[in-house]
Unconditional design. Structure first.
Length: 147
């Protein structure tokens, strides 16, 4: 067996304007929120590559917009996110934007998915955010699916 050699990634130093923008993002006031949104189709399931693309893509986009992601999972029928989000927009606007972005990512990964009809209109936002247990998420999903 050959031990794995860690790979070191060296990034070029940011330009002065990038450094100032980065400092602005770090100085933003943030609030913790937990978000859950689910597939519109109760019998549908996200394929693993689509779920992975959503997590990777959203994580990158949120970091670029000043979010601090604490926890994110895309499972068969929902996405769960716990993050500190900038206070510049209300949580209900933020979750709708997350749903829109994640639907676009899913569509790019699998063009047969309709980005406009992927997610149910219902979502859960817990503020101030805290880690949600699996049974809490399932209770929300069951409640939503009863309607």
């Amino acid at each position: 067996a050959v031990p794995e050699t860690p790979v070191e990634i060296v990034l070029p130093p940011p330009a002065d304007d990038e450094e100032a923008a980065s400092a602005d993002v770090l100085a933003m006031p943030r609030s913790p929120h937990a978000f859950v949104w689910l597939l519109r189709d109760p019998d549908g399931a996200l394929a693993r590559p689509v779920a992975q693309a959503i997590v990777t893509g959203l994580n990158q986009q949120m970091n670029e917009h000043g979010w601090r992601v604490r926890e994110m999972r895309a499972s068969d029928d929902h996405v769960y996110l716990l993050a500190d989000s900038p206070d510049e927009q209300p949580p209900y606007v933020a979750v709708r934007e997350l749903m829109r972005r994640s639907a676009q990512i899913a569509h790019v990964q699998n063009p047969s998915l309709d980005a406009r009809a992927l997610w149910a209109e219902a979502y859960l936002v817990v503020t101030p955010g805290r880690s949600l247990e699996a049974d809490e998420i399932q209770q929300f999903i069951q409640f939503e699916r009863m309607q």
